[in-house]
Ligand binder design. Sequence first.
Ligand SMILES: Cc1cc2nc3c(=O)[nH]c(=O)nc-3n(C[C@H](O)[C@H](O)[C@H](O)COP(=O)(O)OP(=O)(O)OC[C@H]3O[C@@H](n4cnc5c(N)ncnc54)[C@H](O)[C@@H]3O)c2cc1C
Length: 386
Amino acid sequence: MDLDLTEEQKSWRNLARDFAQNEVAPLVREMDEKGYMPPELIQRMGQLGFTGGPLPKEYGGAGMDYVSMALVYEEIGRVCSSVRGFLAVHVGLHALCIRDWGTEEQKRKWLPPLARAERRGCYALTEANAGSDVANMESTCRKEGEFYFLNGRKQWISNAMEADVALVFATSDRSLRHKGINAFVVETNAKGFRRERMTEKQLGHNASDHARIFMDEVRVHESQRLGPEGAGFKVAMGALDHGRLGVAAGAVGVGQACLDASISFANSRVQFGQLIGQFQMIQQIIAEMATEIEAARLLVYRAAAQKDQGKRNTTETSMAKFFATEAAARAANEAVLLHGSYGYSNEFPVERYLRDIKGYQIYEGTNHIQRIVIARAMLKGEGPKW
Ligand SMILES: Cc1cc2nc3c(=O)[nH]c(=O)nc-3n(C[C@H](O)[C@H](O)[C@H](O)COP(=O)(O)OP(=O)(O)OC[C@H]3O[C@@H](n4cnc5c(N)ncnc54)[C@H](O)[C@@H]3O)c2cc1C
């Protein structure tokens, strides 16, 4: 068993680390306070090949393997969850879904501009009454001749305000539940398609754009349906397998950032005449944090490697998402405590890590849902094989 990274993987990691530390980190506090992501950062991720990610080179992608993708997300997540979140949605939930399910014509049309970040993508699944229970969706698609007409509402859609293209899920027959769902690639300037920024104060991911989408008789040609009629649920779940890996990798980054900050603080803060890092209780926190983050990292790389080998990875990816986000949440919680009152203000970044990590436990399937996915596979004897 060889757990070393290849030279190519190291080079993607180093490129992402340089970008995150030198180009994102100087802006991150202002982005968090103002709730804004500079478009230049997204263009830059296009130039660097991050938005092309694992898309094939023939469609303008970078052709990176999934381990490299995880490394890129980890490094960016270590600095800013909003920028990492943009990437996971644009690439994992949107572009990779078109790669997996698109016709040749759809791939040639949509993927190159997405890969170069000239166009932005979002993924519109969640509704007011359909979160975990996707099959309960109320947005409808009505077929007339070669066109579908979409009606309904979506909420919590990341990247939506700035997106040029949305992957929209709607049902042709609610009584069919999962089997009635279709997926469409919809241009956001289509007539009847409206977006509204969610203005409610949110806990974290302050620089992300979250919106509600309203569809009123949005006309889409049948050539914009992704996958066969009725396959929308499978399209949605396939996308989540990609997206969850990005979330898990980003969580490793958040956990690592908590560890880095905690070590630095423990090595500089003096109380009772000694560095707090000399207290055994502080050492215990650091030891547990370091070990959990390392375990999470290995689960993420393992799920990514399974993908690279073309093996089924739904359970491994769910395990990685579940464990890495829980481990990072514990790390963020402990990191704030370890910083005392300094951790409670934005003088140090750990309070942002604590706010941001909560979202990781919720989106792309809450961690309750990940437990269900894992347990079902285990009970059927379909767990990880060694
Ligand atoms: C920051 C952020 C970004 C997001 N971005 C997107 C996006 O880009 N696109 C998109 O489509 N959606 C997005 N979402 C929505 C997200 O995917 C949903 O919030 C999530 O799937 C949960 O749905 P819900 O909020 O409706 O909660 P619910 O499904 O109502 O769940 C409420 C609670 O019940 C639990 N629960 C539900 N069913 C079960 C069950 N069977 N067993 C045990 N417990 C259960 C849940 O775990 C949760 O604790 C985003 C959400 C957030 C917070």
